[in-house]
Design a protein around this ligand. Structure first.
Ligand code: PYC
Length: 333
């Protein structure tokens, strides 16, 4: 076969959302920390990201994670998260996919009933506890990075929508949380184009009016996710449509979005620590979240969330580039 590039991957899905876990073919990415690696990759490896995420090897809602050696002594593996939208500081469904792939491929020492894997992510240390039986990764609980509220009950002026009420929280990425009712749309997948357009308009308006910035993680300075909360949702069980730049929906219940939502509910006094919060995705799949302790981020009160979900291996791939391929970095359609 003619090929100038060979990338090996374990393809998985987490509650419906793909994670292409890259296991070989990418050299060590320069950087003294996970976030420095992300920043380096944003500048120098965007073509590799597009090669793996966009058509014809990926699709419009593709997501992945590049395995790396850890930059820190207390972690087993490093991870750089990639998706059609860019390089993420943290990805919950991606971490569940990575932990499942590492166990299923025997790339960590597998211990039953629980295998603990410590991951060096750009947003910080994330611990994944994999429930394993008979060698099978049954479910994964991740202990996420500190999550906090940036704005509660704010408003933003959005062209075509008027003044939209929202709250903004960080759970590994920044999430604007908006009631679907507030933009006059139903929780209905046949209206996904309208919901996505509303989400993109809200993200743009927030970023233009007042961009959020993480006080401790360099280069985390925009809102590219809008969590549209379905009517009837409560502080224990919520359904949502997660609209993501540049125009797709998370198929999973979104681990970092669930963390942000729990931080918001906690800040409102509606979700105490050690209490289950079930979050349901646009396709009906579920994560169970919990807040396990309190901490701070800069001068803000923050919480440590856990997220439990499942992932399955869907394929083993070697992604090739024929030197005569007219689309060496794929394309977006
Ligand atoms: O699960 O955290 C997540 C996530 C972020 C973007 C898509 N999924």
């Amino acid at each position: 076969m003619h090929s100038s590039r060979v990338i090996s991957a374990i393809d998985t899905h987490t509650e419906g959302m793909p994670t292409r876990v890259v296991t070989g073919g990418v050299p060590v990415i320069p950087g003294a920390t996970g976030n420095e690696r992300r920043l380096y990759a944003m500048e120098h490896l965007d073509g590799l990201r597009r090669f793996l995420m966009t058509e014809p090897r990926g699709h419009a809602a593709m997501s992945g994670a590049i395995l790396q050696p850890s930059t820190r002594p207390d972690a087993d593996w490093g991870v750089v998260f990639i998706e059609v939208s860019g390089f993420l500081p943290m990805c919950g469904h991606g971490t569940i996919g990575v932990a499942t792939a590492l166990v299923e491929a025997g790339m960590v020492e597998v211990v039953e009933p629980v295998t603990t894997i410590r991951l060096d992510t750009p947003a910080g240390l994330v611990v994944a506890r994999v429930a394993v039986s008979g060698g099978h990764a049954d479910a994964v609980t991740i202990e996420n990075v500190p999550s906090y509220v940036e704005r509660l009950d704010a408003h933003v002026e959005v062209p075509g929508l008027g003044s939209v009420p929202y709250s903004l929280a960080f759970g590994g990425n920044f999430y604007a949380m908006v009631d679907l009712d507030a933009v006059g749309l139903p929780f209905d997948r046949t209206r996904q184009r309208d919901i996505s357009d509303a989400g993109l308009a809200i993200m743009q308006a927030i970023n233009e009016a007042d961009r959020p910035r993480h006080p401790e993680i360099d280069g985390v300075d925009h809102c590219h996710h809008v969590e549209f909360i379905a009517p009837g949702s409560t502080a224990r069980y919520s359904r949502h449509a997660m609209a993501i730049h540049p125009g797709w929906f998370d198929r999973s219940p979104c681990g970092t979005g669930t963390s942000a939502r729990m931080a918001e509910l906690w800040a409102r006094g509606e979700l105490p620590l050690d209490t289950d919060f079930v979050n349901e995705s646009f396709i009906g799949s579920r994560f169970v979240g919990r807040l396990i302790s309190q901490t701070t981020v800069g001068d803000r009160a923050a919480v440590i969330p856990t997220i439990t979900g499942r992932a399955w291996v869907t394929g083993l791939g070697q992604y090739l580039l024929d030197p005569s391929d007219p689309y060496p970095e794929g394309f977006e359609f």
